[in-house]
Design a protein around this ligand. Structure first.
Ligand code: AHR
Length: 649
């Protein structure tokens, strides 16, 4: 028996280390220069999985304006509490809460549970604010309490309330402890009646210290991807279930208190993952999206509704805006460009200035419609893009090819949008590993003279969560995106963010709970490509052909002219050790030490988890490279080699 084990072990060792042959990969200068766009690697932000409220947007109070359909959702009232809307503080969010002290024993008040609890960091500062007015003859006192999970009072503030008109109260305090699931309470312990609205709690420290800003750790994780494109605000939420619930960017700018709250589609769209408390406060709105794009050095790509609601849910054409009434949508698009780029004295440019950004945002792209298809779409797209081009000929238009990467509607879309000379066509694919490996050659045959491609939403779905294998297949596919950077001008993994418990869709690139973020293997793949995007394509060939799956290897290479470096990406999807040799043709590189970054896992199904977040992450080592050196490539590995470029030969 022992002998059998011994032989098995030997066979295993031999099969794991036996190199079949050395694969010679030629890296060459293309005959015609091909640029890599700065927008090549991007992110797609959608308010799905509590990505905005309860996620990237740093506000800690859920239903801060009492505007959810169930007005006190997220709040626990006690004593004599009413919701009123007469003579409100904010006309677009008219509901407010009235506390009427009635019972000595309990007092009267409301407690807020935050988003799955309120996350607090020890010794971090928080600013609480609310609007209040006295509604009784005698003045009274309103108490704010910060509570731990076990309801201990961590901080208390008492305000004398004597003002009969709405007034903002604001104070800052430090949290004495780290708490994942705190809450707050507003309480009247003395006789009196007060009205309260827009109760807010923000960490003082936000990303780039912006007011009404973003959660620092989540924003930093996005920023660390070093992307060149930021697409927002969705996704399906752009479309809406009805025209009324579509995303309307004008409702998301100006003072946050008066941005109307609306229900989020992801509240009810999946019956098996319903979240009745999922709404959009719009506190994270178009101004904040533009600002964030600027802060992370990415081109903004706003997407607007084209007069169609979600075509999946719509039962008849009359659900959509008729062609004759499209002027509202056309105007929305024109006004948006003016908001982003207009002179300070223009109607919408002046709104941007009033919000604190005198300089234009330099918007270059606009998306018209999310996943739309068919004649209804192209008719609307034709009218909207014609109007945009008349006023803003330099702004590039991104159109949709529908929800699927092939089929009748996809083909119709490409044909129709090519005819309309749409600049970029957005393709979406949530597909299995075979599809990703098989489609690494997808763009090799695309017409170079037609619209450019925006691979706007993609992710490899293995039926599990973000495991290593999905990242490996995406990496293999991404060499195909890169190899075709002359036609693929933009890309984005999707979705970007997901709350640990409150998700509707997975896999997702970055997960978070109330205090931390979790980077998936897919995140590190995106980062690897994005941080090494270069600006000129090089050719990678094996036996005279691009390396797309031969010996289960996939490769692409670029030159970074600013850094004088050549980045070669090599993905081994096989379970075998492989030996390769790089032969540089017409490209001179330094012999010697080469940086090598690899992403590997002990098993393809391994994931990063909140308990073990660093299981899969990039490893950096250096290799001694000479022209004839053969390099060992690990089984199922994602590899990047950084060579110092000298010159063309
Ligand atoms: O990314 C999740 C959803 O997938 C998007 O909202 C939609 O565009 C696509 O169907």
């Amino acid at each position: 028996m022992r002998l059998i084990y011994f032989y098995c072990l030997i066979i295993l060792l031999v099969s794991n280390t036996a190199y079949t042959q050395v694969i010679n990969i030629n890296i060459d200068k293309p005959t015609a220069p091909k640029e890599v766009q700065s927008t090549m690697w991007g992110v797609f932000f959608e308010d799905i999985n509590f990505a905005a409220d309860g996620g990237l947007y740093a506000e800690l109070i859920k239903n801060r304006s009492f505007e959810f359909d169930t007005n006190l959702l997220g709040w626990t009232p006690f004593g004599n509490v009413k919701i009123l809307s007469e003579d409100p503080a904010f006309s677009n969010n008219p509901n407010f809460v009235r506390l009427n002290y009635s019972t000595e024993l309990t007092g009267t008040g409301v407690e807020n549970e935050g988003f799955d609890g309120i996350g607090l960091k020890k010794n971090e500062e928080y600013t609480c604010s609310y609007y209040v007015r006295l509604a009784s003859a005698e003045s009274t006192e309103l108490v704010f309490e910060l509570l731990s999970e076990n309801k201990s009072i961590l901080f208390r503030d008492t305000q004398l309330i004597s003002n009969r008109n709405w007034k903002k109260v604001e104070f800052t305090f430090k949290s004495p402890i780290q708490e994942n699931s705190g809450s707050i309470r507003l309480v009247l312990n003395k006789k009196g009646i007060v009205d309260i609205d827009h109760v807010s709690l923000f960490p003082v420290k936000t990303f780039k210290n912006r007011k009404n800003g973003l959660r620092e750790d989540i924003a930093a994780s996005i920023s660390d991807l070093d992307v060149g494109l930021f697409r927002f605000p969705g996704g399906c939420i752009v479309e809406g279930t009805t025209l009324e619930t579509r995303y309307q960017w004008k409702n998301t700018i100006g003072p946050v208190e008066n941005r109307p709250t609306i229900i989020n589609r992801w509240n009810y769209i999946f019956p098996h993952r319903r979240f009745v408390d999922y709404y959009q406060s719009n506190g994270l709105g178009f101004y904040e999206y533009f600002l964030f794009s600027e802060d992370i050095g990415a081109e903004p790509l706003p997407v607007i509704n084209c007069g169609l609601i979600c075509q999946f849910v719509s039962k008849s054409d009359s659900d959509h805006c008729s062609i004759d009434d499209l002027s509202v949508f056309i105007q929305d698009a024109l006004d948006l460009i003016e908001f982003a780029n207009g002179e300070p004295d223009s109607k919408w440019g002046s709104v941007r200035v009033s919000m604190g950004h005198p300089e234009p945002f330099n918007l270059k792209f606009i998306g018209i419609g999310n996943e739309q298809w068919g004649e209804e779409y192209s008719k609307r797209l034709a009218l909207i893009s014609e109007a945009i081009r008349k006023v803003y000929p330099a702004v590039k238009i991104v159109g949709s090819s529908g929800p699927y990467p092939d089929g009748k509607d996809f083909n119709y879309g490409w044909k129709a949008l090519t005819k309309l000379k749409i600049d970029l066509i957005d393709e979406h694919y949530y597909r299995d590993p075979e599809w990703f490996l098989g489609n690494a050659k997808r763009y090799d045959s695309y017409n170079r003279r037609g619209p450019k491609v925006f691979a706007g939403e993609y992710a490899c779905h293995t039926g599990e969560r973000n495991n290593f294998y999905s990242a490996l297949c995406e990496a293999a596919f991404m060499t195909g995106l890169e190899r075709n950077a002359d036609v693929v001008h933009m890309t984005a993994y999707a979705p970007l963010l997901a709350h640990k418990n409150n998700w509707q869709w997975r896999p997702d690139l970055i997960w978070f709970d109330n205090l931390s973020t979790l980077k998936t293997p897919n995140y590190f793949v995106q980062q690897l490509f994005s941080k090494h995007k270069g600006d000129f394509l090089l050719e990678t060939k094996y036996n005279g052909e691009p390396l797309i799956g031969a010996d289960s290897l996939y490769a692409s290479a670029v030159l970074d002219t600013a850094a004088n470096q050549v980045y070669v990406k090599l993905i081994n999807t096989s379970t075998k050790d492989i030996k390769i040799k790089y032969n540089f043709k017409k490209v001179s590189i330094n012999q010697g030490i080469v940086k090598h970054i690899s992403i590997i896992a002990e098993h393809p199904r391994v994931e990063n988890t909140f308990e073990n977040p660093d299981r899969i992450k990039p490893k950096i080592d250096s290799l001694n490279f000479r022209t004839n050196t053969s390099l060992a490539v690990k089984p199922q590995s994602i590899n990047l080699y950084v060579f110092d470029f000298i010159d063309w030969q």
